[in-house]
Ligand binder design. Structure first.
Ligand code: THU
Length: 129
């Protein structure tokens, strides 16, 4: 699957974002090694700390369906600059696929491509336990 298609799926997933507190919808699409894609949006609650990011929504959907090997994550928002995953999302993605790519989109359809290792250098992982 090409980058633009995955970013489009991430953008489409934004419509389901439940963001009454931040008014900041985010969409994500996660390409698995078997070619399947899981999308996600951010979901917030009145107890602010229970918010989940779009990236982790997609990841939890995928892992709970038995997927553990990921090729690319696309994330996007209505931002002027590229929307990048937060630290918690980076760490949780790293748990499963440290070598994956991450596409960070903006409101105009532009994107920056990174490796997860670029976004989370010197990561803590199971090898450190
Ligand atoms: N958020 C995401 O879903 N992904 C990101 O990459 C950045 C932040 C969400 C969390 C919260 O619902 C809102 O954006 C504002 O932080």
């Amino acid at each position: 699957m090409d980058d633009i298609t995955l970013l489009t799926m991430a953008r489409d997933a934004m419509v389901n974002a439940y963001v009454p507190y931040s008014n900041f919808p985010v969409g994500a699409a996660l390409l698995c090694a078997d070619g399947t894609v899981y999308t996600g949006c951010n979901i917030e609650g009145a107890s602010y700390g229970n918010a989940i990011c779009a990236e982790r929504t997609a990841l939890c959907k995928a892992v709970s369906e038995g997927k553990r090997d990921f090729i690319t994550l696309a994330v996007t928002a209505n931002t002027e600059d590229f929307c990048t995953p937060c630290g918690i999302c980076r760490q949780m993605l790293y748990e499963f696929s440290p070598n994956m790519r991450v596409l960070c989109g903006d409101r105009d359809g532009r994107y920056a491509a990174h490796t997860l290792k670029e976004l989370l250098p010197c990561a803590f992982s199971a090898k450190d336990l």
